[in-house]
Design a protein. Structure first.
Length: 375
C-alpha cells in the first residue's frame, strides 16, 4: 500500500469509527429503553444483558456499517477537498479515479465482510436475541423459550421422520426426550421405528438411551428382526444406549426446523426449501426473496461508497451541512426502497431475484453515472 493510500484510509477510518460507535448507540438505545424494565423485573444478571447486546450487534451491522461508511466517505472527502489536499494530489499527476480507489476497495471489503457475517453469525445472533427476549418475558409456569416441545422433522432425502416431545437447544448435548424415529421405505411403507427415552449429541453423532426398535416387512407389517447370529430379537427388548452413526441429522437441522426462515442463512433457507416441498407458493416466495436478500443486502456498503465519492468531492464547495443532508437523504431513500421491493417479492408481484437486487442496481447505476461525470 502506497503512502498516499494509507493517508486516505486513515482520513476515512477515524471518522468511520466514530460514526459506527454513534450509530450502534442510536440503534441500541431504543431497545434498551423498551426492555430495561423487563430486564429488572426478570432479575436478569448484568453480564447476560451485556451478552445480549453484544449478540445484537451482528444483526445490526448490515444497517450500521453502510450508513457509517457513507458519513465517513463524505466527511473524509470534505476534509481532503477543503484543505486542498485532493487538489495537490491531482497536481502531482495522480488521477482522481486512482485516488478514489481506496474507498472502493474498502467498500468491497465491507461488502464481503457483511456477506460472511450474514451467512454465519448474523442469523444465529438474531435467533438468540429473539429467544432471549421471549425468555425474559416468559410467564411463570410456561416452558423455556430455548426448549421446543412436540417437534416433528421430516428428512425427505433420508426418508426419516423424527417426532420429539422435548428438545433443549440450550443443553450442551442438545438433549432430546421421548423421541420416535421412523425410517420409511422408498415405496412409502415403514421400514422400522425406534422409540427412545432420551437422545444426546455426543462426538458428532446422536446417542440414544433406553430405546426399542420395531421392524416392518415390505408391506409395512410388523416383522421379527434377527441379530447377527440369526436369532430373533423381541420388539419389546430395550437397549440401554447406542450410537446412531448412520443418522446424518445434526442439531442445527432441528434448530432450523424451529426457526422462522427469516432467521436462517442463505444456505439454510435453500436447504429448508429442499426439505419442504409441500409449503405454499406464497411461503416459497417469501423465503426465496429473503434468501436472495441475504446476498444482496451486504452490497449496500459498496453502493453507498460509490454514491458518497462524487457527492463528497463537492462538499467543500457546498458546505459540510449539505453533505450531511445528502447523506441522510440517500440513506433514507435507499432503505425505503429495499422494504418496498421486499414486499413486492413476498407478494409474488416481482420475482425474488428482481426484488432483492433492483434497489442495488438502481443506486449502483446512479453512482456509476456520477463517478463517470467526476472531474
Amino acid at each position: 500500500m502506497k503512502l498516499i493510500d494509507r493517508y486516505i484510509v486513515q482520513t476515512f477510518s477515524v471518522p468511520w469509527l466514530y460514526c459506527f460507535l454513534a450509530f450502534v448507540m442510536v440503534f441500541m438505545l431504543p431497545d434498551l429503553i423498551g426492555n430495561l424494565n423487563n430486564f429488572v423485573q426478570a432479575k436478569i444478571p448484568i453480564n447476560k444483558v451485556l451478552f445480549y447486546y453484544l449478540s445484537l450487534i451482528p444483526t445490526l451491522l448490515v444497517y450500521i456499517v453502510p450508513v457509517s461508511m457513507l458519513m465517513a466517505t463524505l466527511y473524509s472527502l470534505y476534509q481532503l477537498t477543503h484543505n486542498n489536499e485532493l487538489t495537490a494530489m491531482r497536481a502531482s499527476g495522480i488521477s482522481l479515479y486512482r485516488l478514489m480507489m481506496p474507498y472502493v476497495i474498502i467498500g468491497l471489503l465491507a461488502t464481503f465482510g457483511l456477506m460472511a457475517i450474514n451467512e454465519t453469525l448474523g442469523p444465529r445472533s438474531a435467533w438468540f436475541t429473539e429467544l432471549f427476549l421471549k425468555e425474559v418475558n416468559r410467564k411463570e409456569g410456561e416452558p423455556s423459550a430455548f426448549v421446543n416441545q412436540n417437534l416433528v422433522y421430516r428428512n425427505a432425502a433420508e426418508r426419516r421422520i423424527w417426532e420429539i416431545q422435548r428438545f433443549d437447544t440450550k443443553s450442551p448435548t442438545y438433549q432430546m426426550e421421548q423421541l420416535t424415529i421412523t425410517q420409511v421405505r422408498p415405496n412409502g411403507n415403514n421400514e422400522y421405528r425406534i422409540v427412545a427415552e432420551k437422545g444426546e449429541w455426543l462426538d458428532g453423532r446422536w446417542t440414544l438411551y433406553n430405546f426399542s426398535r420395531q421392524d416392518f416387512d415390505e408391506k409395512g407389517y410388523k416383522a421379527i428382526r434377527l441379530d447377527e447370529d440369526g436369532q430373533p430379537i423381541r420388539a419389546s427388548e430395550v437397549v440401554a444406549w447406542k450410537e446412531m452413526e448412520k443418522f446424518k441429522e445434526t442439531p442445527r437441522v432441528f434448530i432450523n426446523e424451529m426457526k422462522d426462515p427469516a432467521f436462517m442463512s442463505y444456505l439454510e433457507m435453500q436447504h429448508y426449501l429442499s426439505l419442504h416441498a409441500e409449503i405454499s407458493e406464497e411461503s416459497v416466495a417469501k423465503i426465496t426473496t429473503n434468501m436472495h436478500m441475504r446476498i444482496a443486502n451486504p452490497f449496500t456498503a459498496l453502493v453507498v461508497v460509490l454514491l458518497g465519492i462524487p457527492f463528497g468531492t463537492h462538499t467543500a464547495r457546498k458546505g459540510a451541512l449539505t453533505g450531511i443532508i445528502m447523506c441522510l437523504g440517500l440513506f433514507f431513500a435507499y432503505y425505503t426502497l429495499i422494504p418496498i421491493f421486499k414486499h413486492l417479492g413476498h407478494q409474488q408481484i416481482l420475482p425474488a431475484v428482481v426484488a432483492a437486487w433492483v434497489p442495488n442496481l438502481c443506486f449502483l447505476t446512479v453512482g456509476g453515472i456520477l463517478l463517470h461525470r467526476m472531474r
